[in-house]
Design a protein around this ligand. Structure first.
Ligand code: SF4
Length: 61
């Protein structure tokens, strides 16, 4: 499945990600993994998309 696929169940605005749908604000993966970098997550910024992959040539790492 290429990045032209838009998984309408996973909205995403991270255009720097290799898995972002090239045509709309959705992820192109069937499933993503969400995790946290906090010991005790209490709000949305504590969560991370662990399926994120920086686009090649992107200096967003
Ligand atoms: S893998 Fe995560 S960050 Fe990347 S497009 Fe999908 S939902 Fe967005």
């Amino acid at each position: 499945m290429g990045t032209e696929f838009a998984n309408k169940h996973i909205g995403c605005t991270i255009h720097n990600c290799e898995n972002h749908c090239s045509c709309d604000d959705y992820c192109s993966l069937d499933k993503i993994e969400i995790g946290t970098h906090e010991a005790n997550p209490t709000k949305a910024p504590c969560t991370d998309c662990l399926s994120f992959k920086a686009k090649p040539g992107c200096d967003c790492k």
